[in-house]
Design a protein around this ligand. Structure first.
Ligand SMILES: NC(=O)c1ccc[n+]([C@@H]2O[C@H](COP(=O)([O-])OP(=O)(O)OC[C@H]3O[C@@H](n4cnc5c(N)ncnc54)[C@H](O)[C@@H]3O)[C@@H](O)[C@H]2O)c1
Ligand SMILES: CC(C)=CCC/C(C)=C/C=C/C(C)=C/C=C/C(C)=C/C=C/C=C(C)/C=C/C=C(C)/C=C/C=C(\C)CCC=C(C)C
Length: 613
């Protein structure tokens, strides 16, 4: 069927067979565009923004799903645009301004930020709910967080509360419960350190354990505050967008120079400037390890500063009802903005045309087209699987030279009788019993969160949730029969529980009411992450954040978002990556300011900077 209409002022003709996923044949179209303030998409068809049609009364012009202009008479045409269906094919058949592959926090933040700017976005999620590693699952009356329950960036203060801001952008707000202790460390030589919410309490506790290093401790964490304050002073947008970046340099030169100075530095080197005690330096390693899965010498200083200060500035706050609520709220917000999310939508290919990403193919054969494609899958998955058969771009080769996949996790989700936990038990624990050398080894350190300490509604009455996890590589779990695989999960989980029983909670084993063990294969299966990886980690000592790629890729129209983009792993980190990505994409599709000349210069500069990493 063909819908067409003519007014004395303009002509518009669409063939409905060309809508949605169907591919247009080569033929002439006349495409209308309206001012960006109205819409960037002609109900499913993206239009070149440089060919604007003026309207007398923008507010009244509406295009409905059937491409019928309700207020035809108020339109006046500047010029008609004649577009051949063979050139820029993807763009013309694009149903969306952006298609986002994956609904992790990175993908959802990119999608919602674009949607509030007026873009029409489609998120495709392989699983049945949103969130990826920040998702949830329910069993026997328990609501488990899939991954970490430690939420940075979730306060009502400053500029770095990126989770709060992302939710607010789409009109959502979540009730949170302040966590009085970010983490309780249980370390070799019976070193026990609680990271209190109050900075001065934390410093007093640490300095009491290392009185001879009091000054060094103050200097190291003081340097972290310098960076945090600089970050907190900036408006955070895409570092790949020159108008913004140069604008920030102009408005906040000191802060930007501070950040530029620390960009290539790592936390371990700075710690060593001020501290000598090997045990204290190992403590700093543990501080970094829990957020980067590597020691301090390999942890970018900007990232370390960000987390070591945010936990005291805005504090760690837990969302009532569980971490999964964040992704649920963002997805709802996305739909409220007129964009879409599709579950059980497994993207198997990114479709390229003349080297440009124009669409995606799903495992059920459907094809969907967008003006831009944003992948929230890891860069390894994006370039290794979704673009299989294409030559790996030089930029990605470099990324893979600098970064390897961090191991995955073995996770134990447990329900226990409440009385087994001593009163005043902290919510989050990190356990490394005897040997500092085991910090980064598989199964060496144990992470433990008990979110029901903060929100008892997550478990049946009289019970607590224990989420225990430890690093583990997929290679350990492959090639086993189902029986051996299940047996191995039991043996490894038993061992971890025994260690916790010995170190923290005597009697815990006999209080277990529910238990489920996930291996790296579980992470790979449910999160669609290559080898179930937790994210990228540097192959050797990195130059801080210098080598970390941003959101644009060597493939025109394809962007990456999530933890294999600057600044790396972490919910708040991927939220920032989402904000940056949305800004860059918005500039490229014409809903934010852009300067092609400056763009080219900045991209060259950033490319050159990365070669120094
Ligand atoms: N493991 C943890 O302890 C934990 C917990 C919470 C958050 N985090 C942080 O979250 C970060 C990851 O966040 P993120 O936003 O980068 O991504 P993510 O891995 O959390 O989410 C990616 C999403 O994309 C989907 N996906 C992947 N490939 C797909 C495909 N081909 N088709 C359709 N959907 C596909 C996955 O199903 C998943 O929902 C990690 O670095 C970590 O720091 C970790
Ligand atoms: C030239 C250029 C480019 C530039 C110039 C200069 C400048 C301006 C710069 C700027 C920069 C920026 C802005 C940056 C930013 C950054 C950021 C934001 C960052 C962030 C980060 C974050 C992170 C890393 C985070 C992380 C976290 C995590 C990982 C977490 C985790 C957790 C867990 C696991 C938990 C634990 C548990 C237990 C213990 C139980």
């Amino acid at each position: 069927m063909s819908l067409g209409f003519k007014t004395p002022l303009f002509y518009c003709h669409f063939n409905t067979a060309q809508l949605g996923s169907s591919r247009p044949r080569s033929q002439k179209h006349r495409i209308l565009s309206v001012e960006p303030v109205q819409t960037s998409v002609f109900d499913g068809y993206s239009v070149p923004r440089n060919n604007k049609i003026r309207t007398d009364n923008l507010g009244k012009v509406k295009l409905n799903k059937d491409f019928v202009l309700r207020s035809k008479s108020v339109l006046t045409v500047d010029k008609e645009v004649d577009v051949d269906a063979n050139e820029g094919l993807g763009r013309k058949r694009s149903s969306y301004d952006a298609i986002v592959i994956g609904s992790g926090i990175g993908g959802l933040v990119a999608a919602t930020q674009l949607a509030v700017k007026g873009a029409k976005v489609l998120v495709l999620e392989k699983y049945v709910i949103p969130g990826g590693s920040s998702g949830y699952y329910e069993r026997d009356g328990y609501t488990f967080d899939v991954g970490s329950s430690v939420m940075f960036g979730f306060s009502d203060k400053g500029n770095l509360n990126l989770i709060t801001r992302a939710l607010k952008a789409v009109g959502c707000e979540m009730e949170v419960i302040p966590d009085p202790t970010t983490v309780h460390f249980h370390l070799p030589n019976d070193l026990s350190v609680q990271v209190h919410r109050e900075y001065s309490d934390f410093i007093s506790e640490l300095a009491a354990k290392f009185p001879h290093e009091r000054e060094g401790i103050l200097k190291f964490y003081g340097e972290c505050w310098k960076i945090f304050n600089a970050l907190n002073a900036l408006e955070l947008k895409s570092l790949e967008e020159p108008i913004y970046l140069f604008g920030q340099f102009f408005q906040k030169p000191l802060e930007c120079l501070t950040l530029a100075y620390y960009l290539p530095q790592n936390a371990g080197d700075i710690a060593r400037k001020y501290m000598k005690d090997p045990q204290l330096l190992s403590f700093i390693d543990a501080e970094c390890f829990i957020v980067s899965t590597v020691n301090a010498l390999q942890t970018p200083m900007i990232n370390a500063a960000m987390v070591l200060c945010d936990r005291h500035f805005g504090g760690i706050n837990y969302p009532v009802g569980g971490v999964g609520g964040i992704a649920k709220s963002l997805s709802k917000g996305l739909v409220d903005q007129g964009s879409e999310i599709l579950y059980r939508a497994n993207v198997t290919n990114i479709i390229l045309e003349h080297g440009k990403a124009v669409g995606v193919r799903l495992s059920d054969g459907r094809e969907l087209f967008g003006q831009t494609i944003i992948s929230n899958a890891t860069r390894w998955d994006t370039f290794g699987k979704l673009l299989k058969g294409e030559t790996l771009p030089k930029e990605e080769e470099n990324f893979q030279k600098l970064y390897v996949k961090a191991p995955s996790f073995l996770s134990i989700h447990m329900g226990v009788k409440a009385e087994v936990l001593p009163p005043d038990t902290d919510c989050h624990h990190f356990v490394l019993e005897d040997d500092w050398a085991r910090l980064e080894e598989p199964y060496g350190s144990i992470f433990l969160s008990i979110p029901t300490i903060l929100d008892s509604s997550l478990a049946p009455k009289g019970h607590h949730i224990l989420h225990i996890f430890t690093t583990s590589s997929i290679e350990d779990w492959e090639g086993l029969s189902t029986k051996d695989y299940e047996a191995k999960k039991k043996v490894v989980a038993d061992e971890i529980i025994s260690r916790l029983e010995k170190k923290l909670f005597p009697g815990i084993r006999s209080s277990i009411a529910f238990m489920e063990v996930g291996s790296p294969k579980t992470h790979r299966r449910y999160l669609a992450r290559d080898k179930g990886t937790y994210g990228p980690m540097p192959r050797k000592i990195p130059k801080g954040l210098l080598g970390m790629p941003f959101n644009t890729t060597a493939v025109d129209g394809l962007y990456c978002v999530g933890d294999s983009c600057f600044p790396g792993q972490g919910v708040i980190a991927v939220a920032f990556s989402g904000v940056m990505c949305a800004h860059r994409v918005a500039a490229d599709i014409g809903i934010e300011k852009k300067s092609p000349v400056l763009d080219a210069a900045l991209l060259r500069l950033l490319g050159w900077l990365r070669t120094l990493a």
